[in-house]
Design a protein around this ligand. Sequence first.
Ligand code: IVH
Length: 665
Amino acid sequence: MSIEDKIQSLRNQLNYHAHRYYVLDDPEISDAEYDRLYYELLSLEQQHPHLVTPDSPTQRVGGAPLDVFNTISHSIPMLSLDNAFEDSDIIDFDARIKKLLETDADIEYVVEPKLDGLAVELVYVNGVFTVGSTRGDGVTGEVITQNLRTINSIPLRLFNNAHPIPVRLEVRGEVILDIPSFEKLNKQREQDGEPLFANPRNAAAGSLRQLDPRITAKRPLDMFCYGVGIADGFTFQNHIQFLETIAGWGLKVNPLRKLCKGTRAVIAYYRELGEMRENLNYEIDGTVIKVNDFALQRQIGIKTRSPRWAIAYKFPARQEVTQIENIIAQVGRTGTLTPVAIMKSVNIGGVEVSRATLHNQDEIDKKDVRIGDWVVVQRAGDVIPEVVKVVESRRDGSEKPYKLPDKCPVCGSHVVRIEGEAAHRCQNISCPAQLKEGIKHFASRGALDIEGLGSKLVEQLVDKGLVKDYADLYDVSTEQLAGLERMAEKSAQNIIDALEQSKRIPLDRVVFALGIRFVGEHVARLLVNHFGSLDALKKASYDDLIEIHEIGPQIAESVVEFFSEEKNLRAIQRLQAAGLQMKAESVVKGDTFSGKTFVFTGTLETMGRSDAEKLVQSLGGRASGSVSKKTDYVVVGRDAGSKADKARELGVTILSEDEFKTMIG
Ligand code: IVH
C-alpha cells in the first residue's frame, strides 16, 4: 500500500470511529485502539508533511491565536423565533398558519428540543468544512472556524453516501456544553480563582468566542444541527428528510425530534419533553415547533426577523422568588468556604428548594445579597440551586450585609483569601473538612508515595477516628489496619512498611506533600533548594520569598499564611517527631553553574530529569521548565520536541547529555 493510501485509510477509519463515538454515542472500539490509529496517522503525517490536509483528523487542534475575529455576512439571514408561553399561543400559531394556507386539515409539525446554547453556521464546500461563524445579529456573524474545528462532533469532511454532497452546504445548529462538563469547568475555574460562568450557555459562548483555539479545544463542546442555509443543487422536501440526510452525511442531529400532526399532538409532545428535560445532561429551555413541509414553509413565509412557520414554545421558568433567612459558610473538601443562602422553602419546577449557593464573597458583593433579602433563585437540571439576583423593590431596610467569617466554622483556624483568588480558604491542613483530601494528597505518588494508602483506606482511617492529623498515620498499628474492611494482614504490613520508607523521602517532597496552595513539585524544590530546611522555610518572610526567582506574590503569600497557622506548625512538629526528613539532603556543593539557567528536554539516558535538575541546583545553577532568551543551556535528550527548536531559534547553547556530563565532571 502506498503512503498516500495508508494515510487515507487511517483517516477513513478515524472519521468512522469518531462519528460512532461523538455523533452516534455508540463506539465500536476502545479509546486506546482509537488513540493507536490516531498516533499512527500523526506519525505518518509528521514524516510526510506535504500530505497533511486541513480535513485530516489530526488538524482539529493547534491553530495559532487570533488578534480579532473577522466578520462574515450570512448568505441567507439566520432568523430568530417568536416565543409561545402557553397552549393557547400554540393554538393561535396553528390558526394563523391554517388561515394563510386556506386549509382546515391538520398541519404536520416537527417538534424538537430548543437547545440552550449558541447558534452557529457551518459551511461545507465539496464536503470539506471550510468556514464556521456565529449567528451574530443574524445578518453578520464572527468567523470562528478554528474554534469550531476543535468540536469533535463537527465532521471536518462529510461522508459521501447515497445522497451526493452539495457543492456548497450551509448548515445551522446550536453549540452546547453539557451540564457535567459545565460543572467541571466551573469547579476548575473556582480552584484557579477565575470568575465562574453563570450557566452552560454562557460557558459555551465564552468557549467559542476565544481568540486562542487551544482554550476552546479543552472544552468538550458539542453541536446539534437543525437548520439549513444554502444547499446548492439539493432540494429537500421537508425538515425531517433534511435532518435525516445531513445525519447520513455525518452531522449530528438531535434524536428527540418528532413528527406531530395537529396541535394536540404538538402539545402532548411538548409536555413529554418537559418531563424528559430533568434527565437530559444538556439544557433545553423549550421546544421548537416547525412546519415540516418546505413548500408550505415557503408559502407561509417569514417576517423581518423570524419565520411565520416556526415558533419556540418555552418551558416554565426554573426561577422563583423567596426570602433569605440566613447565610452560612460551608467548608469544602479543599478548604474553600462557600457562602450558602438558607431560604424559605420554595417549589421550583417540582423540587423543594431551601438552600442556594452564593458561590463566593465577590458574588455576594457584586449582587449585593443581604440576609433578609427577597431573591430570585434558579435551579437548572442537576446544577446546585443558585441565587441569581436580589429583588430590590422588596427591601425594607432590615436586611443585613454578610461577610464570610475570618475563622473556619469547622475548626476555628484562620481563613485567608489570597490575592487574585475568588475563594476564601481555611488554612489548617488538619481541618476535619479537608483532612481526607489532604491525606490522599500526602500519600500520593509524587508526595510521600505511601503505596496502598488509597482513597478507601483514608476514608476509613478518618471515619473511624484513627487519624485526626497527618502524623497520626505513623502511630497506626498493623492490628488496627488489619481490622479495617478489605484489609488483609499482609497488606496491612505493606502499608506499615511504606510508611516507614516514607520517612526517607527528601524534604522537597515533604513540602509538596503538605499541600500548601500553589506549591507544586517544582516550587517545593525551589523552596527547599533555597532554604535548605523546613525550619528556615517556616521563618521565611514574604520579602524573603518573593526574592526567589520564579516565586511570585501568590505563592509567597500562600506560604506565609500556611506557616502562620499554629495548627500547621503543630502538625509539622509531630511529623518531625515521627521521623520525616526536615532538612535538604544535599546542600549546594559548588558554584560552577552560579547564575546559569538550564532547561532539560527529551528523555535523558543516564539520569532522570529531576535528578539532572537537582544536580544543576546543587552546583548553584537554576533549572527552568521553559526556554527563553535568558536560558543559558538547553540539554537535549532523546525525542526532544519544541523546546530544542525554540533554543535553536533563540540561539541558546544546546548540549547533548554527554556534553552536560562532561561539564559537571
Ligand atoms: S431554528 C428559522 N431550532 O433558538 C429558525 N433554533 O430563538 C431559527 N435554537 O437562534 C432557528 N434550538 O439559537 C431552531 N431546534 C432548534 C433550536 C433553535 C435552539 C435557538 C437558536 C435560535 C434561537 C431562536
